[in-house]
Design a binder for this molecule. Structure first.
Ligand code: SAM
Length: 287
């Protein structure tokens, strides 16, 4: 009898993936870790029974949450990753030769240890890169206290449940703004708006008063069921979101970075929001 993994992230909707083989199951100090094999997605990492990343589609998510802000900015030297324990965001960021330092602030050391052992297909040797500054802490505490300033802040968090909940608050976004260098960009994992509209609406309401430009961009990541995923975008450099296509194309060419989903054209198109998503970003009638 086949065994099934059931994700119950969205009320009224459940996703099931057949478990062909359990590779690891255990509890860390902060959350339940599960890694299993599935014929469609390959190896699947779940935290607290919510799919985090899969072998078959992780490249889409990691490429879109790194290369969009980094190529838009064009001169990134320091990056802060909040969360990202599977190492995929770190690995993709480090492909940019101009990067001098990546600080990763991950609350659960067990996820990193686990990823080094079981998820090398995602992190490769990123955790051994000398540019990595690894901090085991709650992301909200770090952004409120660090003296460092970053050109890009990437929030690669779990969904707003458990330890991830604080990373979707005004308190956290205020801290993230605090540790951005002039002209820096904050990008966030902001869920699937078809199911998590309130999550995107809330982030937009928090970012709007903090930044001169805030919006989101979209990509469909098959493992995050429900259509397109939204990535929050916030910066005081209002030109970055409209970085000309030819400039993006030149930066991508000069970088020599090979990608499977991201391209300058996909980058530009990702900011073309359908009206139902744009509406989630607008100020509510209540202000
Ligand atoms: N791609 C996934 C997604 O879209 O849901 C996220 C992947 S990554 C595994 C999420 C990471 O965020 C986990 O390693 C988790 O431990 C970490 N995390 C959750 N809450 C955190 C917090 N408050 N501070 C720092 N890291 C946190």
């Amino acid at each position: 009898m086949a065994e099934w993994f059931e994700e119950i992230l969205h009320p009224g909707f459940r996703t099931k993936l057949q478990v062909d083989k359990v590779l690891y199951e255990g509890d860390s100090e902060h959350q339940k870790l599960l890694l299993f094999e599935n014929a469609v997605f390959g190896r699947v990492l779940a935290l607290n029974n919510i799919v985090q990343t899969t072998e078959r589609d992780e490249f889409i998510y990691h490429e879109m949450l790194t290369h969009v802000p980094l190529f838009a900015h064009g001169a990134v030297r320091k990056v802060l990753i909040i969360g990202g324990g599977d190492g995929g965001m770190l690995e993709e960021t480090l492909k940019h030769r101009g990067i001098e330092k990546v600080t990763m602030v991950e609350i659960d050391a067990a996820v990193i240890d686990f990823s080094k052992q079981h998820l090398r297909f995602i992190c490769n040797d990123a955790f051994e890169d000398e540019r990595l500054d690894l901090v085991i802490a709650d992301g909200v505490d770090y952004v409120e206290t660090t003296c460092e300033r970053y050109d890009v802040v990437i929030v690669d968090s779990t969904d707003p449940v458990g330890p991830g909940e604080v990373l979707f608050t005004e308190r956290f976004y205020t801290g993230a703004k605090r540790c951005l260098a002039a002209g820096g960009v904050l990008v966030t994992q902001n869920g699937v708006p078809f199911f998590q509209a309130d999550e995107l609406r809330n982030t937009a309401a928090c970012l709007r008063p903090l930044f001169r430009d805030s919006s989101c961009y979209l990509a469909a990541v098959p493992g995050y069921t429900g259509g397109v995923m939204a990535f929050g975008w916030a910066t005081d450099n209002v030109t970055l979101r409209q970085t000309p296509l030819d400039r993006l194309q030149e930066r991508v060419r000069a970088s020599g970075i090979e990608t499977r989903h991201y391209s300058a054209e996909v980058h530009a198109a990702a900011f073309a929001l359908p009206p139902w998503v744009s509406a989630l970003l607008e100020r509510s009638p209540q202000g």
